[in-house]
Design a binder for this molecule. Structure first.
Ligand code: FAD
Length: 447
């Protein structure tokens, strides 16, 4: 291990940006320092909260880090990995290196903002400067606001302003990959991973492989051209599946926006929804578990535990809902159209609190992202900013007829559909709809 008395070293802390190319924070570190050590922290505060030892996100991160470490080693460097809370890890980093500065890309989730503030205080007490960069969004939280400086709460004017502000400078890559000569050279001992703070095996972290096969991000022009026509049909491979790459930064948002522009306005709008929800959660951190529209917190949810179980495993008797939940449980992914239907069904047909559904998705989704998940769940429940009106209750059968006309998606996930083994609907649509409208109306009238 490098001694704290060694050569001055800048630390680059990898978090939601697991790549060496077009990485803003890494570019700054490499341009401002002759010796930069990339580190990753397996944060035990996060790992400890995960429900399953076979967590696809941990597996994904682990595989992405293995590739990143191999790339660093090709440049004579190596990733340094710590396991512990962020503060514990920085305590050790400050012992292991003569730290001249710490660089990271900004993370806007409320828990990450609080964590970074604690780390910054710890570093400041030791006289070490912190440098944060914008990297995971094109426009950060205060960059697209109304003329009076207030945050937008409606998507369309937000997206209009977002597009009007965009120019080539916002999409300029940060070519960190051209400056890798300034990486800290690895101690030869470091090459015998996991000795010397290298990447531990999943098992050493208390996790198991999940069968996930890491596929690098790619978005063919053909997919983008067909996106608008195809994206609503779950049986078609019509969406990019880039969610996880945007979540963990294995792909660059700047490069993606650059590609999307001119090929698909609809796809670009989805990337703007992502920034809209990130912006909202940053301005309104209480919406992690409070309705954006407070009156909706008065809804008398039924919260029937056995009904929630049927929803989770996909035996509601509504084939599109069941197909979606089974896809989620089996793969960690669910098509967006189906996410909207299952979320609406939980909140409206079953009158189960959107926070229960949000938590279940948070545990299962490979592309789980707090701002998108909370924002979309609140949208589906009707209580969010710019949400679906509460009286719009998706009819899961009509949705299936429209978006899975030939039943291909449903049959794939629910092979017993149509046989006597398949359950009848657990609630009748018209009655459930009326019960929902009554409950919502009552809550809103009492507010
Ligand atoms: P594509 O259609 O190819 O879209 C490209 C990218 O745009 C996505 O990867 C994503 O980053 C962004 N995007 C697309 N739609 C949305 C949207 N509605 N809101 C925010 N960003 C969007 N998305 C997440 O990334 N993480 C979540 O935890 C998440 N939870 C959701 C929960 C519910 C109830 C619903 C209805 C939607 C949720 N979404 C979430 C949004 C959307 O379903 C996924 O982003 C999308 O299905 C991911 O597949 P894709 O990468 O193929 O998407």
């Amino acid at each position: 291990m490098t001694a704290a008395g060694g050569a001055p070293t800048a630390i680059f802390w990898l978090r939601r940006d697991l790549r060496l190319h077009d990485n803003a924070g890494l570019w700054h570190a490499l341009n401002e320092h002759a010796r930069v050590q990339p580190v990753f922290i397996f944060d035990t505060d996060i790992l400890g909260a995960l429900r399953s030892r076979a967590d696809r996100r941990v597996d994904f991160i682990h595989q992405a880090l293995r590739q990143l470490d191999a790339a660093l080693r090709r440049h004579g460097s190596a990733l340094r990995v710590y396991v512990g809370t962020a503060e514990e890890a920085f305590g050790r980093i400050l012992q292991d290196f003569a730290v001249s500065a710490v660089y990271a890309n900004e993370d806007y989730e409320p828990v990450a903002v609080a964590r970074d503030a604690r780390v910054q205080r710890l570093l400041a007490a030791r006289g070490v400067a912190w440098h944060g960069s914008k990297d995971q969004v094109v426009f950060a939280q205060r960059e697209v606001v109304k003329d009076d400086g207030q945050p937008y709460t409606v998507f369309t004017p937000y997206s209009r302003k977002w597009k009007s502000r965009l120019d080539a400078s916002h999409l300029q890559p940060w070519p960190s990959e051209q400056h890798l000569a300034n990486l800290a050279p690895a101690d030869p001992a470091d090459f015998a991973a996991p000795a010397g703070g290298g990447l531990p095996e999943l098992a050493a972290l208390g996790f198991e492989p999940t069968g996930l096969v890491y596929a690098p991000p790619s978005v063919p022009a053909k997919l983008l051209r067909a996106y608008q026509a195809e994206r609503d049909f779950p049986a078609a491979a019509g969406t990019s599946q880039l969610g996880v790459h945007l979540r963990f930064g294995t792909g660059s948002i700047r490069a993606l926006v650059q590609t999307a522009r001119g090929l698909s306005e609809t796809f670009l709008n989805e990337l703007i929804w992502r920034e809209f929800f990130q912006m909202l959660l940053w301005h309104y951190p209480q919406t992690v578990d409070k309705a954006f529209k407070p009156a909706y917190d008065a809804i008398a949810w039924r919260n029937d535990v056995s009904e929630f179980e049927r929803w989770k495993v996909g035996t509601t008797g509504y084939p599109l809902v069941d197909a979606g939940m089974r896809e989620l449980n089996a793969t960690g992914f669910m098509h967006n159209r189906v996410r909207m239907v299952v979320a609406s069904f939980l909140c409206k047909h079953l009158l189960i609190d959107w926070r229960w559904g949000e938590a279940y998705f948070a545990a299962q989704l490979l592309d789980y992202d707090q701002s998108a998940n909370v924002g979309n769940w609140q949208w589906a429940a009707g209580c969010g900013a710019d949400a679906a009106p509460y009286f719009r209750v998706f009819n899961p059968e009509l949705q299936a007829g429209k978006f899975d006309r030939d039943g291909r998606y449903i049959r794939h996930w629910v092979p017993e559909w149509g046989s006597s083994a398949y359950p009848s609907p657990m609630v009748e649509h018209a009655a459930a709809r009326q019960r929902c409208l009554d409950a919502y109306r009552k809550a809103l009238e009492s507010a």
